[in-house]
Each structure stands twice: as C-alpha cells, then as structure tokens.
Design a protein around this ligand. Structure first.
Ligand code: VIB
Length: 224
C-alpha cells in the first residue's frame, strides 16, 4: 500500500466532516452567509502569506533542482494567483485593501500557520510535505465534490472558488504533492512514518478547525 493511501484512510472520517460542514455545504448550495465568507477570505489571505513561507522552506530543503524549482514556482503562484483571487473576492465583498493589509490572525489561523511553520523549519522535507499536503489534498476533494452539484461552479459568489479548486491544474498540483510524499516516505522506518502520519493528522484537524472558525467568525474570546 502506498503511504498516501495509509494517510488517506487515517483521516477519511475528518474529511467526511469537512464535506458535511455547514460552511462547505453553504458554498455548495449558495446559501452561505456573506459575512462568514468575508471572514474566511480575510483569514485565508493571512493564512496564505504564511503558507507561502512553507514553500520557500521547501525550496531550501529540496535536494534536487526539479523539486526546488517546483516549490519556487508554487511560492510565486500562491502570491500572484491564489492571493489575487482573494484580493478580488475581498473587493467584491466590500473589504478594502487597507482592511485586508491591517487584518489580524484569529487564534485558529495563528495556531495552524505556526504549527506548519514550526514543523517546516525544524523538520525534514518529508515532515514539511506531510504538514502541507492536507491543505492541497482536502481542498481538491472539496472542490471536486462541490463542482458535481448542479450550478455550483457557476454560482455568482462561490463559483470561482469552486472552479479553482476543482480544476485540472489544481488536481495536478495535489497529485504532485501526493507523489512527492510517497517518494519521500519510501523506505523510511515505521517510527518515522508514524511521525509523518501524526503531522498529516494534525494539519488535517486544523483544516477542519479553519472551516469551523470561519463559520463561527471566531476571533479571540476577549477584546483587549
Ligand atoms: C485554510 C486553507 N487551507 C488550504 C487552502 C488551499 N491552498 C492554500 S495554498 C495552496 C497551494 C497552491 O497555492 C492551496 C491549495 C487554503 N486556501 N486555505
């Protein structure tokens, strides 16, 4: 069995919860409250800035030029393409550039990004990939699932989001990352595989928490 299959089976119950989450369901049927989506976009914008740093660390930790080049191009496309979709969405949802630039991370955004960056800075390339893979893989699964719904990809607000993550290009990116995980895990002893599995499980849990945080618009429980 491929290592990625083992990872997949281990987190399937959480991924099923992602798909059933009212935030994700609301994007699929178009009923999602716009304030909640606005909150998500702003937090996701902050998330992507930190995520891009994981790609930069991936480039630094790569041992061959092809992998290094791929991480470098992902760093670029996250900053230019994915974040540009967020900037456009922000504008449509009435978030000014000033508001976007001044936004502060929620506790969940902070915990998730700091965990990913700590693993990426302190760990091996395999550990870094285990930390970033749930982000790509779970979004691809959600994108594909929602795009099968009648009219969801054409929806005036959520259609572009769904189309981007269900796209062939995005699928190729997720597949590249899954294959890289399998290559890096090949021949590793069980103790190391168990560690990779735990990292993958943790960022999978954070992905679920991110949907929940957005749905509840959860900032710090104290104002000061
Ligand atoms: C919380 C959260 N998790 C995953 C993604 C998806 N995502 C972020 S970076 C990246 C790689 C390609 O740029 C992908 C797929 C997101 N946007 N927000």
């Amino acid at each position: 069995m491929k290592f990625s299959q083992r990872l997949y089976e281990n987190v399937l119950p959480i991924w099923e919860k992602n798909h059933a989450h009212p935030f994700v369901q609301g994007m699929g049927d178009g009923s999602l409250n716009h304030e909640k989506f606005r909150f998500y976009m702003v937090q996701d914008y902050l998330y992507l800035i930190e995520y891009a740093k994981v790609f930069a660390l991936g480039a630094a930790k790569s041992t061959d030029l092809k992998t290094m080049g791929k991480f470098a191009s992902l760093l670029h496309s996250t900053l230019e393409e994915e974040m540009s979709l967020h900037r456009q969405y922000a504008k449509r949802f009435g978030v000014s550039e000033e508001e976007l630039e001044a936004a502060k991370p929620s506790p969940t955004t902070l915990a998730y990004t700091h965990y990913m960056l700590a693993v990426s800075q302190n760990g091996t390339l395999a550990e870094l990939v285990a930390a970033l893979l749930p982000c790509m893989w779970s979004y691809w699964e959600i994108g594909k699932d929602l795009s099968r719904r009648e009219g969801a990809s054409e929806h005036e607000f959520f259609g572009e989001w769904i189309s981007m993550y269900a796209s062939k290009e995005f699928g190729e990116l997720a597949t590249w990352c899954i294959d890289l995980m399998d290559e890096l895990a090949a021949g590793k002893p069980e103790a190391e595989l168990a560690k990779l599995e735990e990292i993958f499980l943790n960022t999978t849990r954070f992905e679920y928490m991110f949907w929940d945080m957005a749905y509840n618009e959860a900032m710090w429980p104290i104002d000061e």
